[in-house]
Design a protein around this ligand. Structure first.
Ligand SMILES: C[S@@+](CC[C@H](N)C(=O)[O-])C[C@H]1O[C@@H](n2cnc3c(N)ncnc32)[C@H](O)[C@@H]1O
Length: 260
């Protein structure tokens, strides 16, 4: 799951539409041509972006990789329901050690997944992505990014940041300067950073309602929330506060290509 992309005249209350628009936005940014056949989704989750890809490009192939086994099973089930099994290949693996050959992808993207890589500059993720991309081919990384080191945050912001990382099981958010530096070191060019914070804001505003309705549902079912779930839900609220600090944090998409 990821945040949605809002564009007028969408209805901001319609979350599914914004989620699909985010998938499309990221995939469109790759500007795939007729000769581009194989695309990698690095950190594919339940493969919602792969399913959007399959609708947009039924003649191409997307290989989604995730490190969580149950996500593969669930994603395969969802793909079967949509009858798009052939276009999507799902692989259990680590994007810091990809089971793909050098120069094998016509494009690659990571939607809210690079943040799970250790280190603010996400070096291990960037290195692997650049290794598997064919020369000249494009990439897109969309995520929440730090614009300055978290050590420089004032105490309340630092507390919220740490709680968000804990709640969402993130080692740290990517630092935009660190990631751009790594991309350059690993042979990327034409690097462009686009701020999507306002596009994403309407879907971020869904968080409190989604959290409250989830908690109420669980209470009505007589279920207790465990500490992992509480941490996750707390992070959703704190994310709103964090998002207001535009000088420190933004939702960005970084695009570019590997040098020919
Ligand atoms: C927030 S989810 C986003 C999922 C998907 N990109 C989407 O937008 O719906 C983050 C995903 O990154 C995956 N992930 C985290 N670390 C990974 C790693 N080292 N290798 C592969 N996948 C990883 C998680 O398993 C999860 O599927």
């Amino acid at each position: 799951m990821h945040f949605g992309y809002y564009r007028f005249p969408m209805i901001p209350l319609w979350r599914e539409q914004m989620l699909d628009a985010m998938n499309r936005y990221v995939i469109e940014s790759l500007k795939l041509g007729d000769s581009d056949k194989i695309v990698y989704d690095l950190g594919c989750g339940l493969a919602a972006p792969c399913r959007t890809f399959a609708k947009m490009y039924p003649e191409k192939k997307v290989k989604g990789i995730t490190i969580v086994e149950w996500q593969i099973q669930k994603a395969r089930e969802l793909n079967r329901q949509k009858n798009i099994d052939g276009i999507i290949e799902l692989i259990l693996g680590d994007y810091t050690n990809l089971p793909f050959d050098d120069n094998s992808a016509d494009a690659a993207y990571a939607l809210e997944s690079a943040c799970h890589c250790p280190g603010d500059d996400k070096a291990a993720f960037v290195k692997e992505m650049m290794r598997v991309l064919k020369p000249g081919k494009k990439f897109a990384i969309a995520d929440g990014f730090l614009k300055r080191p978290s050590e420089k945050f004032y105490p309340l912001l630092k507390y919220c940041y740490n709680e968000i990382c804990k709640g969402w099981a993130l080692p740290s958010f990517p630092n935009v300067n660190g990631v751009v530096e790594q991309l350059k070191l690993n042979g990327a060019e034409n690097i462009k950073v686009t701020d999507l914070s306002f596009r994403v804001a309407p879907s971020v505003m869904h968080a409190p309602f989604t959290v409250v309705s989830f908690v109420l549902k669980k209470m009505l079912q007589g279920e207790k929330l465990n500490s992992v779930r509480i941490g996750h839900l707390k992070a959703c609220f704190l994310g709103l506060f964090m998002g207001m600090h535009r000088g420190s944090f933004s939702y960005l998409m970084i695009t570019g290509n590997k040098k020919s």
